[in-house]
Design a protein around this ligand. Structure first.
Ligand SMILES: [Zn+2]
Length: 265
């Protein structure tokens, strides 16, 4: 199976597989990134996680001992990483950094992975946006932090939306729709009606389109937003999916790091 499309390259190298964005590969002198695929998995309970970090990092040219990650609690908290720390973050669901040689990691089983790159100021972000994070506009908040902390201009920012549960599989109920209505007003364009089950109306929600819309509202150019167009549930053979695997779901990881060009030279 090959998931490559106009935005994504499906890489198979040294026995492992991962996805990369064609757009970010244009800046491969500045940054390195990947979204991991099975069998490499990264949940905290996975005994091979450490070994798997080493495996994928060796291929990408990342020091696996200099990774920043969080337990992720579906918050809207984005942390600006100024220097490497062994601190285990918990109530943090996104990172930004201008620091080189420090890899930012987020982990997934259906939630939306978002890599942000300011190619003018050379700043990266790695954001875990599950539906709760999407509701709280975590990706917008990350971009505001880049603006506030580093003077980023949204027009220079590239946004790459990785594999996640897409509308084809994201079945929700009325209470979910109501939460989004409260925050965003009319959200009719983001859902389709599903069947009625036991008297309950089901809906299929498109979180990706909502994210794209609220990022363009703050000045991100539509042509600078790249969607993987890959559904994690449809592709459960290659990626962990909470919807498909329930509590047996492990975690994929999304990694991004700025390269220290001087050190490399
Ligand atoms: Zn699907």
């Amino acid at each position: 199976m090959n998931l490559s499309n106009e935005n994504i390259v499906h890489v198979k190298k040294d026995g492992i597989e991962y996805l990369q964005f064609r757009e970010l590969l244009k800046y491969s002198d500045k940054l390195v990134h990947a979204y991991s695929l099975k069998p490499l998995q990264f949940s905290d309970k996975n005994e091979d996680a450490e070994k798997n970090y080493k495996k994928i990092c060796d291929i990408l040219g990342i020091n696996y001992k200099k990774i920043i990650k969080s337990a992720q609690r579906h918050t809207d908290i984005v942390k600006d990483i100024k220097e490497f720390t062994n601190q285990k973050f918990e109530y943090v669901d996104g990172f930004i950094t201008k620091a080189k040689d420090i890899a930012l990691v987020t982990k997934y089983a259906d939630c939306t992975p978002i890599i942000i790159y300011d190619n003018e100021k050379n700043i990266i972000g790695n954001i875990h946006s599950g539906w709760r994070g999407t509701l709280q506009r975590i990706s917008q908040k990350a971009i505001w932090q880049m603006v506030d902390n580093y003077g980023s201009n949204p027009k220079d920012i590239i946004v790459c939306i990785g594999p996640c549960i897409k509308q084809c599989h994201f079945q929700v109920e009325e209470d979910f729709i109501n939460k989004f209505k409260e925050e965003f007003g009319n959200v009719e364009k983001y859902y389709k009606y599903g069947e009625k089950e036991e008297g309950k109306q089901k809906y299929y929600f498109d979180t990706t389109s909502l994210i794209i819309d609220y990022l363009t509202e703050i000045g991100i150019k539509k042509e600078n937003i790249f969607d993987s167009k890959i559904c994690s549930v449809c592709n459960v053979d290659l990626m962990s999916s909470y919807r498909a695997e329930k509590e047996n779901a492990d975690r994929n990881m999304n990694i991004v790091m700025l390269i220290d060009e001087e050190e490399k030279a």
